[in-house]
Structure formats: structure tokens, C-alpha cells
Design a protein around this ligand. Structure first.
Ligand SMILES: O=C([S-])c1cc(C(=O)S)c[n+]([C@@H]2O[C@H](COP(=O)(O)O)[C@@H](O)[C@H]2O)c1
Ligand code: NI
Length: 410
């Protein structure tokens, strides 16, 4: 079994800060440089520097482009570059998955199809170096489980290639909406503290069950990565802690979440309204939503609509039940659930660049379930006319060939 890493992103996170922290924790600069040079030969120099931030010693990583940096890079071009790079499997997969996540966020933020996404700063060599560098550093440190705190986002505005943007910038909002990474409520943080690349990396590497506020078990190493600004009173850093599970910590790592379940019983809603009700519940933050047919008083057929949600989303989910159905009230109670760690991977179907995401359910780094993302499969079925059941089989075979099958360690 490899090592566990806890990331303190409570003051924010950027790709270079995370990489600085991992180098400070012992990842070898040579191994990181080699991986970055595999993707971008001769493009950048990685130069770590010892600095202080609000009096705290930290490593600031400078990614220095050797030539004038590319300002725009299309996602399909970057994807081809990463796919063709001869990197160790886990480094390759993590770098590709992180940029795929950024492409989805950019596509949503700008309302363009993923294939037409043009990265600006995010596609420049320094971001490529941050992403590949973090993947290589985690591999070098043999990290196989990552948890993190809530993330400090910052406040105000930031100047970007898109113009001046409010913080959190749209790409960060999209990334948070599509992952289990949670934002901290922190009024002290000024400016852009969490960047798209930093949040995409956290979303991709953290497994498990929401924010963890302290590294459980025995500490075996640590590192501090500096951001470029030095603000008095609050260190602009990412901290990482390597830790081992003791028996006591292991007992608490059951993958258990505290959630709420909401329900309402309805017998007078037009049945055609139910599918949009379920969609609206999910859009409001429900983790799951479902209907159960019931026989009510006076023998009337009815429906109980249920939703599972995080406690923070309870009010929004109840509001949807009350606005979108004819119920006069909503019941709720606290529930616990056990969950597997979940990570996303992408498989390629055929030679035309078609990809489908698969969700892997993990327990202690061992694959338990492999689930093709149905909406991706449906989109391919619509685009190609191939039956969904054939595509589902092909995705499972492709996942198996990539080594993602029940019982495999990743
Ligand atoms: O590069 C792109 S496409 C980009 C999109 C957005 C959106 O929110 S949309 C924001 N930014 C800004 O670029 C810099 C650098 O980001 P890194 O993740 O590469 O560190 C940052 O200020 C982002 O907010 C870029
Ligand atoms: Ni953008």
C-alpha cells in the first residue's frame, strides 16, 4: 500500500503552489522535470526557491518558459499532446483527466462544445508543467490516497485573458459544481486564491468523503508551497502532510457520510411533471432523487418523492419539492451512508477520438466497480447510431484493457 496525503488548501490553491508543496515534502525535482520535459521538451525550467509567506518558510516553484509562451491552445491539440506522451501510466492518466475536467468546465463557462474549447492561461506551458508536475510528484511520493480541507477561494476580482473577472472565476465555479471539493467561507481572503488549475487538480486527486480538517494517523512528512503574493497576517500557502493510518484512524475511515433524506407524499400531480421534478432536485444539489409508488388513504394511488442531500443543501432541495410539486409539506431526517472512493477515467472508442468517461468505485485503492458514464454513452449512440447496449459493452472492454477492472489496484 502507498502513502496518504492531506492537503490544506484553506488559504487557496494553484497548480504551482501544490507542486511547490509536494517538492518541499520530498518529491524529487529530477523526476518531476523529466515528466514535464516528456510532454513539453525544452519548453520550461522548473526552479524552486526558498521564501517566506507571512513568516512561514515555504517553497515557491517558478515555472520559467524558455521561449515566448503560447497564448492559446485548443483542447483537442493539448489532448493529443498528452495522449502521445510516454509518461508512467498513473502520471499520464492523472494529467489527461485533469485537463479533461478543465475542458468540461471551460466548455460550460463559455457555452461552447468541449471540442471547441480554447484554453488561454490554462493551456500555457506553465499550467501544463503544473499539472504534469503534480501528477509526477504524487507518483514519485507513491501517494495513493488524498484528502483535502475546504478550499479558500478569495474575493474581489482578477485580471485574466478573458478580461476582469469576479472571484471565484467561472471555471472554478464549474469545477466545484462538478466535484466533491468544497469551498470554505472565509472573508479574510482577498484576490484570486484558488485558480482553475489548482481546483481541477484537487477535484481529480482527492478521494472520499468531503473535506478533512486534519491528517488522520501518524505524520511521516510535510511540505509548504508558496503563492506569488506575500500578504501580512495570513500565509499565502498550500500545505501538504504525508501520513500513515494508525489502527485508530483506520477505524474512522469507513467512507461514511452524514446526509439528510427528504420526502413528500403526493397524489394530485400530473404524472408528466415528475421527470422534470427529479431533474430540478438534482440541479438543486440532491445527490440522488427517486419516486416510490404508494397507495394512500381512501385507496388513492400516489407517489413518495425522495431526495438524498448534504445537510448544507437541505433547504434548497426542500424548496424544490414545495415549489415544483403539489405537496403541502416536506419531511426530512438525518441518515448516514457508506461510500466507495470515486475517481473518473476516460476510455477511447475507435480511432476517431471519441471518448467516454468511466467512474471507478475504489476501496483502499482497489477497484470495486466500473461504471460507464451513461450520458456520454447516450451522446455517442446519438452521434453514431450505434445501440447503447453495444457501446456499454465496448466501454467495459476498453476499461478492462486499460487495467480498470474489479480487483485491480490503481
Ligand atoms: O485559461 C483559461 S481558459 C482561463 C479561464 C478562466 C475562467 O474562469 S473561464 C480563468 N482563467 C484565469 O487564468 C489565470 C490562470 O489560471 P491557472 O489555473 O492556469 O493558474 C487565473 O487568473 C484564472 O482565473 C483562465
Ligand atoms: Ni475561460
Amino acid at each position: 500500500m502507498g502513502r496518504r496525503l492531506w492537503i490544506d488548501a484553506s488559504a487557496g490553491v494553484a497548480g504551482d503552489m501544490l507542486l511547490g508543496a509536494l517538492l518541499d515534502a520530498g518529491a524529487r525535482l529530477g523526476a518531476v522535470q523529466e515528466a514535464v520535459a516528456t510532454v513539453a521538451p525544452g519548453a520550461v525550467d522548473l526552479v524552486p526557491d526558498r521564501v517566506t509567506r507571512a513568516g512561514l518558510a515555504a517553497t515557491q516553484l517558478h515555472v520559467r518558459p524558455r521561449a515566448r509562451a503560447e497564448e492559446h491552445r485548443a483542447w483537442p491539440e493539448l489532448r493529443r499532446l498528452l495522449e502521445g506522451a510516454a509518461l508512467p501510466g498513473p502520471v499520464h492518466d492523472l494529467a489527461l483527466a485533469t485537463f479533461a475536467r478543465l475542458a468540461v468546465a471551460e466548455s460550460r463557462a463559455h457555452g461552447v462544445p468541449e471540442e471547441q474549447v480554447h484554453f488561454h492561461e490554462v493551456g500555457a506551458w506553465d499550467s501544463v508543467a503544473d499539472v504534469v508536475g503534480v501528477a509526477a510528484a504524487l507518483h514519485d511520493l507513491a501517494v495513493d490516497h488524498v484528502s483535502c480541507t475546504r478550499v479558500g477561494l478569495g474575493s474581489g476580482t482578477v485580471r485574466t485573458a478573458h478580461g476582469t473577472m469576479p472571484v471565484p472565476v467561472p471555471a472554478v465555479v464549474e469545477l466545484l459544481g462538478a466535484s466533491s471539493v468544497e469551498a470554505a467561507a472565509d472573508a479574510d481572503l482577498v484576490g484570486e486564491c484558488a485558480t482553475p488549475t489548482g481546483v481541477a487538480l484537487l477535484a481529480e486527486v482527492t478521494q472520499g468523503h468531503g473535506p478533512v480538517n486534519a491528517p488522520p494517523g501518524r505524520v511521516t512528512g510535510s511540505g509548504v508551497g508558496a503563492g506569488s503574493r506575500d500578504t501580512a497576517g495570513r500565509a499565502n500557502v498550500v500545505r501538504v502532510v504525508l501520513h500513515e493510518q494508525t489502527d485508530e484512524a483506520e477505524d474512522t475511515d469507513t467512507g461514511e457520510e452524514a446526509l439528510v433524506e427528504l420526502a413528500a407524499t403526493v397524489d394530485d400531480l400530473d404524472p408528466r411533471a415528475w421527470p422534470p421534478v427529479l431533474e430540478t432536485l438534482l440541479a438543486a444539489g440532491a445527490l440522488d432523487a427517486w419516486l416510490v409508488p404508494v397507495h394512500m388513504k381512501k385507496g388513492r394511488p400516489g407517489v413518495v418523492v425522495h431526495a438524498l442531500a448534504r445537510p448544507a443543501d437541505r433547504a434548497a432541495v426542500a424548496e424544490v419539492m414545495m415549489r415544483h410539486t403539489s405537496t403541502l409539506g416536506v419531511r426530512w431526517h438525518e441518515v448516514g451512508r457508506f461510500v466507495l472512493d470515486r475517481v473518473w477515467r476516460e476510455v477511447r472508442l475507435g480511432d476517431d477520438g471519441t471518448t467516454v468517461r468511466v467512474k471507478l468505485g475504489l476501496r483502499d485503492g482497489v477497484v470495486q466497480t466500473v461504471t460507464p458514464e451513461f450520458e456520454d454513452v447516450r451522446a455517442v449512440a446519438e452521434a453514431t447510431g450505434r445501440p447503447v447496449r453495444h457501446l456499454l459493452r465496448d466501454v467495459e472492454v476498453a476499461a478492462q484493457l486499460a487495467g480498470w477492472e474489479p480487483g485491480a489496484e490503481i
